[in-house]
Design a protein around this ligand. Structure first.
Ligand code: ATP
Ligand code: MG
Length: 489
């Protein structure tokens, strides 16, 4: 019987010699590899081999570089702004920034910090990465082998900042088509909150030797909270603005320019200009103040209109004073071209609106146009036709609710004061403007003195009216208006 043969068991010495010969071969291979290929190419080959053998992961990482070539990457800025709202209360490090122009401190998340978020149930992780300047691998031969790109030679590459977004690969579609657009929208909203509203003067088109300032920051403190007016009307205006803002698609669908017109009318000092400032502060829209008396005709109007931007409010104050309108007997207005020879042919008010409509329907989005007047009844009926100005807002004399707003605002009285009953009774039967009462409320820092003074003022007004001076308000209106007309002319 043939003897059974077993494979020979490796002895320790045979193992050692096998290992030695293997190391020798690897060393030989390395030496040959090093000799044959330049260092840059070696690194390139090794990096690619490593990449190929990298363990496969179910995660996808999106990288938002701070810069896209020379320009900044909007997606990086949007993500950075958005992530400020997602800062974890347990964060160990935060970045603090503030430019000279900024009015507040920005808190941003710092390098290596991770922030978790979830979108429609999809968990994602954000990370801010900052890479220190690295020695270039190109070494002057014009090619960066590590990155497979042409290089600008030796030296150091600049610092690189980027934000990483990591999530499960299967959610790629939802993240790219829904989450990222949503982040851009959110960041725009945040940017909007920080925006400083500007007031542009459209009267000064073409410049002048005086070196005027074209726009200034609108530092008008008026907001819907400080505005003394009927609370229901105030809420209706806010609702109307909100609806307007979110109806972009609706306007597109019905084929109308995305614009809204408001006509504010009422006696002087009832808050028309204050309401405009409150709307601008609420929407964060710039105001373009158009002085029609300085506009010669269509061509200069067109130039002025083209200077206005989207998301803005075009204001034409005291429309009845600044343009030739039919008088109360319906006599056709003299054309301004006849009044001021040498100017472009003048437009009528409805012509002006048609013109603005036409221009905005082709190149304007999110525009608001506001006319103010002290005398609605004097306006061109064409302006008052349905569909012309969408909302007519009557700014009335002070009401009891309005007084409460002013008292809270000027005197910090939020509930009751023993003088209020008498004051409210007087306000109910008098035509007193918020401006008049606001002036009285500023006369002293002593609440008792101020309210005592207000009672006297209101009684005085009452006596004046009882003595048959009922026309006094209209008279005041006339005087006020003629002053304005003079100023404008
Ligand atoms: N409704 C109001 N709520 C709060 N303050 C008001 C209101 N109306 C007037 N005021 C105060 O009176 C000042 C003048 O008001 P505003 O200029 O808004 O009136 P107006 O209706 O535009 O007058 P005009 O017709 O003369 O242009 C404001 O700066 C504000 O201090
Ligand atoms: Mg005004």
């Amino acid at each position: 019987m043939a003897a059974r043969t077993f494979p020979e068991m490796p002895t320790p010495s045979s193992l050692l010699s096998a290992y030695a010969s293997m190391s020798t071969s690897i060393m030989l291979f390395r030496t040959m590899f090093n000799q044959l290929f330049p260092p840059q190419l070696r690194r390139y080959v090794l990096d690619n081999v490593r990449l190929y053998w990298k363990p496969k992961t179910s995660k996808l990482t999106l990288v938002f570089d701070e810069k896209d070539g020379m320009t900044s990457n909007h997606m990086f800025d949007a993500a950075e702004a958005f992530l400020c709202t997602r800062i974890n209360p347990n964060s160990d490090r935060l970045r603090i920034t503030k430019s000279v122009k900024d009015t507040h401190i920005n808190i941003k998340f710092a390098e290596s910090e991770e922030i978790g978020d979830s979108f429609e149930g999809v968990p994602v992780t954000w990370r801010y990465v900052r890479q220190q300047p690295q020695k270039r691998t190109g070494d002057g031969d014009g090619f960066d082998y590590a990155n497979g790109k042409p290089s600008s030679g030796g030296g150091f590459s600049p610092e690189r900042k980027f934000i990483e977004l990591k999530f499960d690969k299967k959610y790629k579609e939802i993240i790219i088509s829904s989450y990222l657009p949503w982040i851009i929208k959110r960041s725009q909203e945040l940017e909007n909150q920080k925006k400083v509203v500007k007031l542009h003067n459209l009267q000064s088109y073409g410049g002048g030797p005086g070196g005027y300032k074209e726009s200034v920051n609108l530092d008008h403190p008026s907001t819907f909270d400080t505005l003394a007016m009927d609370p229901k009307m105030k809420q209706a205006i806010i609702d109307d603005l909100n609806l307007f803002l979110k109806r972009k698609d609706f306007y597109k669908k019905v084929g109308k320019a995305w614009k809204r017109g408001y006509l504010l009318y009422g006696p002087p000092g009832t808050g028309k200009s204050s309401l405009i400032a409150a709307i601008a502060n609420y929407l964060k829209f710039d105001i373009f103040d158009l002085q029609l008396s300085n506009v010669g005709g269509d061509s200069s109007l067109k130039k002025l209109m083209l200077r206005t931007s989207n998301r803005s409010i075009l204001v034409i104050e005291d429309i009845d004073c600044s343009i030739q309108l039919p008088d109360r007997k319906g006599i056709v207005p003299a054309k301004l071209s006849e009044v001021k020879p040498g100017r472009d042919p003048m437009f009528s008010l409805s012509g002006l609106l048609n013109f603005i409509d036409g221009l905005w329907s082709c190149c304007g989005d999110e525009r608001i146009i506001i006319f103010t007047t002290n005398h609605k009844e004097r306006l061109d009926p064409a302006l008052l036709r349905p569909g012309r100005m969408d909302v007519h807002i009557h700014m009335s004399y002070l009401t009891v609710d309005g007084f409460e707003t002013l008292a809270a605002n000027y005197l910090n009285i939020y509930d009751h004061h023993w003088r209020f009953r008498e004051i409210k009774e007087l306000i109910k039967c008098r035509k007193v403007t918020p401006a008049e009462v606001a002036e009285e409320l500023m006369k002293s820092e002593d609440v008792e003195v101020v309210l005592g003074g207000l009672v006297k003022f209101l009684k005085r007004k009452k006596v004046e009216d009882d003595e048959g001076k009922d026309g006094v308000d209209d008279e005041d209106d006339e005087v006020h208006e003629s002053k304005k007309a003079k100023l404008i002319s």
